[in-house]
Write a protein that binds this ligand. Structure first.
Ligand code: 11C
Length: 330
């Protein structure tokens, strides 16, 4: 297996390298690929010196799998070039997610949708991934008709510049502004760009990607996405309306069997998911599981995950593992 990591020097790229190492991902050759600014730099990884190469050289090397985290426009231009030489591209950007010819994959939920001829596979948005891991098995059992979600999202979701802005503000320095407002000691109901319908792009990603992954247009999602000055991960307050009555004990049982999902729900001892405890973990954490007493067949819960892990790097590496283990690499 010849593996390429495209965007290897970014926040998500570095996390991908970390996850590959932790999971002891087996490859024969690793290509670290980045923009012209980084080409030629030498990076020490797993006891070996790797020289960063550019995209053209990477395509010429015909990797079997390329995990992309280099932004939408790089992906739109370069993913097809890799696909043409037979590479399976696993793309972290939003460029291909809603393309009906491309699969949008969370392996635990719809990994089996990947076929031998899929060459560009999309990794969903971080806030979508952690939510569908919970919704998927509940939808299968009770049928979901509506989800109302409010998010509390880490600054790491906006990249290194945003972390720098927050830390500069915290340290009393003059920040380079990534957000339109101060982020430290603040809350911004604004993630990504506003759309004509008044929602942000992040909110519409949660709506549209969830439907695509669950494969059911009857699931209606209404999202409000909010940036908060935290680092460890994204949190979500989720209200779910089912078609059918549910049993709370059975809900817990179903969720306890989902691989990669951990229930943290012991309010008597103040145990519930938090970004601080989810940070650097691959799992998605769910807690505050309780009946919505204002509506029949409705449930409330709270989901937290490290957006750079299961929300990005871990899910992408899991897709790479899936294609490798299922002999989908040509
Ligand atoms: C955020 N969810 O937290 C975004 C980051 O479509 O992959 C990831 C954007 C994406 O700002």
């Amino acid at each position: 297996m010849k593996l390429a990591v495209v965007g290897a020097t970014g926040l998500v790229g570095s996390e991908i390298l970390e996850v590959l190492k932790e999971r002891n991902f087996q490859y024969d050759e690793l290509l670290l690929v980045a923009s012209a600014r980084s080409v030629g730099k030498v990076v020490e990884y797993q006891g070996k010196a790797h020289t960063i190469i550019g995209l053209e050289d990477a395509v010429a090397a015909k990797p079997d799998v390329a995990i992309f985290s280099a932004g939408g426009s790089t992906s739109l231009e370069w993913a097809p070039k890799f696909a043409e030489v037979g590479t399976i591209v696993i793309d972290n950007s939003s460029a291909w997610r809603m393309d009906p010819t491309k699969k949008l994959i969370v392996p635990e939920i719809n990994g089996s949708a990947i076929m031998i001829d899929d060459r560009i596979i999309a990794n969903p948005n971080c806030s979508t991934i952690q939510m569908v891991l919970v919704l998927g098995p509940l939808h299968e059992r009770y049928g979901i008709n509506r989800v109302i979600v409010s998010t509390y999202q880490s600054v790491t979701g906006s990249g290194k510049g945003a972390v720098d802005q927050m830390m500069a503000e915290r340290n009393g320095e003059t920040p380079d502004m990534v957000y339109p407002h101060k982020i430290d000691m603040n809350v911004l109901p604004h993630i990504d760009v506003f759309q004509e319908n008044g929602y942000t792009k992040e909110e519409m990603k949660m709506t549209n990607e969830t439907v695509k992954i669950l494969g059911d247009p009857n699931v209606k999602v209404s999202a409000t996405c909010v940036r908060i000055p935290t680092m460890g991960g994204h949190s979500e307050a989720v209200n779910i309306e089912f078609d059918n009555p549910y049993d709370l004990t059975e809900v817990r049982e179903i969720l306890s069997k989902v691989p990669g999902l951990v229930i943290q729900d012991d309010v008597a001892n103040n145990v519930y998911p938090m970004p601080l405890t989810a940070h650097k973990k691959d799992e998605v954490f769910v807690g505050r599981i309780r009946k919505d007493e204002s509506k029949e067949n409705a449930l409330n819960l709270w989901i937290v995950a490290d957006n750079l892990r299961k929300g990005a790097a871990t899910n992408a590496v899991q897709i790479a593992q899936y294609v490798s283990e299922h002999n989908l690499v040509l």
